[in-house]
Ligand binder design. Structure first.
Ligand code: SF4
Ligand code: SF4
Length: 110
């Protein structure tokens, strides 16, 4: 098994959907996420006021954006970045800060 086989493989279909939204009695106080490593279960893209734009022609495929994104938003196929899952990108800007070649721009949501 390759070391990348656990990555999201983008096949053009939406990634895993949240099965059912919790009611207000089940939501944690302040909406905080209490378990580590469960970003896949949340559509954190709904929080966004800015979004990351991946500029393919500048990208050197270093994978730093995938490593740093706290919400598993980078889509990967054949061990390369192929896009961003906007259900997950919350617009934090970490990827744009870490990209060594300015291949990610932050754009205000309209
Ligand atoms: S802006 Fe934040 S959440 Fe969105 S893709 Fe970049 S690191 Fe991930
Ligand atoms: S950090 Fe920048 S150069 Fe590296 S894979 Fe991501 S977009 Fe491409």
């Amino acid at each position: 098994m390759s070391e990348h086989e656990h990555l999201h493989i983008y096949d053009g279909e939406p990634l895993q959907e949240v099965k059912e939204k919790p009611g207000w009695r089940e939501v944690t106080e302040g909406g905080i996420i209490v378990d580590a490593g469960n970003a896949d279960l949340y559509h954190t893209g709904e929080w966004r006021t800015e979004k990351a734009i991946w500029i393919e022609k500048k990208c050197i495929q270093c994978m730093l954006c995938w490593m740093f994104c706290p919400d598993s938003a980078y889509l990967v196929a054949d061990e390369k970045v192929v896009g961003i899952d906007y259900n997950r990108c919350k617009g934090c800007g970490v990827c744009a800060q870490e990209c060594p070649v300015d291949a990610i721009a932050m754009k205000e949501e309209t």
